[in-house]
Design a protein around this ligand. Structure first.
Ligand code: AMP
Ligand code: ZN
Length: 472
């Protein structure tokens, strides 16, 4: 077989992945902006990067995976106007920006883990890399790519001949025309801020000194500076959601290629499609600005297993839009519970496998994942294994656990009572109420709910995946 083939946004083609360094892959993923809870759509972008990482590992590569945390500089408008999302959240809630960032970073990390994402080798925050970002802006300045206007230091996109190439942008289009009017003094509509000045007379919570004056870095700068720091100025794969192609990644490429004098900065650029919300013609992107978001805890509150969301994710190819609605997630939950129950049945099997029995399944599974991470096809192969009566238990176990290194569904250790948990909205709601009471340190209330459920013969189990219940 030819190896791992991935769709590269940069070339608009499927290409064979050949690492720049022998047997080592360096991957950078755009992470969360931590001003609000990370929703299921954001989680899809993490699941995609995790699937990629797992496939790379199974293919025998060593992987260095860097994920960033955006905790400053992401404005509410791509045209470099609008408020910094972190500052705005701090103002709204009367809290410190760092406190908000810490809360939502923790939520994101917890949810990521609950859906089985492997820990990145490096997790880096924008606010902890201000010096690196200033250094890159200085490199750009020294090479003549920048200019200064009243509100900040800008990148002159006209100086970078390949600017429109990556996203196949039409820079004459209206969308860009509208942008130039928003910031006075901008030379070209697509120009973007590298450093924004703190507004005179007002004190931001997050601002730093720089060679150009006090202020804060533009959003795109962090990813260029931190990827170079941890992965080098040229690395293998950069991932993110499709919404990043036209602005964030286009600007990152401009900064990295001009500042570090390389081309390309990342060999492969890979993008997941959106998770949308709703059914049929009515679905639209799940996004904080549309207010149609759900977080993982909302699913758990409905009795959905966190890993069922991963199973749901695996049911669509990452480059397809995936519609989220009740029936779809409930059916994924049922599917996951069934698959897990089948894995549990053979978990303790011992004996010898007949290699010829395994080989065709192994080949087809590998073919699927190496064809641009075709998870739905890989999942279908796992189900064929379950249904093949000619396989012995130990053969079935061997295949399922091997596949699970990619699927990440915890088929080796997830517990039956959790998977087999009955669904009862009333009991689920009580269990959630007890969780909320415990969180608020209302111990008496938490105990009251637990005791009332015990009276009914329902026992609450506190697991790393959250509270579960079972009939005694
Ligand atoms: P943000 O916290 O908005 O910076 O987004 C974090 C990541 O989630 C980015 O890579 C986005 O492209 C991605 N993302 C945001 N909304 C969705 C969605 N509905 N479906 C899939 N990915 C998304
Ligand atoms: Zn980024």
């Amino acid at each position: 077989m030819q190896g791992l083939v991935l769709y590269n946004t940069r070339t608009r083609k499927k290409e064979i992945l050949t690492p720049l360094e022998p047997e080592h892959l360096r991957i950078y993923t755009c992470g969360p902006t931590v001003y609000a809870p990370q929703h299921l759509g954001n989680l899809r972008s993490q699941l995609f990067a995790d699937l990629l990482k797992r496939v790379c590992l199974v293919e025998g590569f060593r992987v260095t995976h860097v994920v960033n945390i955006t905790d400053v500089g992401h404005l509410t408008d791509d045209a470099d106007t609008g408020e910094d999302k972190m500052e705005a959240a701090a103002k709204r809630s009367g809290r410190r920006a760092e406190e908000i960032a810490a809360e939502y970073t923790a939520q994101w990390m917890r949810d990521r883990e609950r859906v089985g994402c492997l820990k990145p080798e490096v997790l880096c925050k924008a606010t902890e890399h201000i010096a690196e970002q200033i250094e890159l802006a200085q490199r750009l300045e020294a090479r003549g790519y920048t200019y200064r206007i009243t509100d900040g230091i800008y990148f002159d996109t006209a100086k970078f001949a390949r600017y429109a190439e990556f996203a196949r942008l039409d820079l004459e289009a209206q969308e860009f025309g509208a942008r130039i009017e928003k910031v006075e003094g901008k030379r070209n509509p697509a120009d973007f801020a590298l450093w924004k000045f703190a507004e005179p007379g007002s004190k931001r919570q997050q601002e730093w000194d720089s060679p150009w004056g006090r202020g804060f870095p533009g959003w795109h700068l962090e990813c260029s500076a931190m990827s170079a720091k941890y992965l080098g100025t040229q690395f293998d794969i950069h991932t993110g959601g499709v919404d990043h192609v036209a602005v964030h990644h286009t600007n990152e490429i401009a900064q990295s290629e001009c500042g570090y004098e390389v081309h390309p900065s990342a060999q492969f650029w890979m993008h997941n499609e959106f998770l949308s919300f709703g059914k049929g013609d009515l679905h639209e992107k799940m996004s904080k600005s549309k207010g149609n978001v759900l977080v993982l805890a909302d699913l758990v509150a409905q009795g959905i297993l966190p890993l069922a969301f991963r199973y749901f994710f695996l049911q669509a190819h990452y480059r397809q839009q995936q519609a989220f609605h009740d029936e779809a997630i409930v059916s994924a939950d049922t599917g996951y519970r069934r698959l897990l129950a089948q894995a549990i049945k053979v978990r303790d099997a011992v004996g010898v496998c007949v290699q010829e029995q395994l080989a065709p399944y192994q080949a087809r599974f590998r073919e699927a994942i190496c064809d641009d991470l075709n998870a739905p096809r890989a999942l279908a192969v796992a189900w064929e294994v379950v249904h093949d009566a000619t396989l012995s238990e130990v053969e079935r176990k061997t295949l399922l656990l091997e596949f699970d290194r990619v699927l990440g569904l915890d088929l080796a250790t997830a517990r039956l009572e959790e998977a087999a948990q009955e669904r009862d909205p009333r009991i689920d709601a009580l269990v959630q109420a007890r969780e909320a009471a415990r969180k608020a340190k209302h111990w008496a209330e938490a105990d009251r709910i637990r005791d009332a459920l015990l009276q009914e013969g329902i026992e609450i189990l506190d697991t790393p995946q959250g509270a579960r219940w079972k009939k005694r």
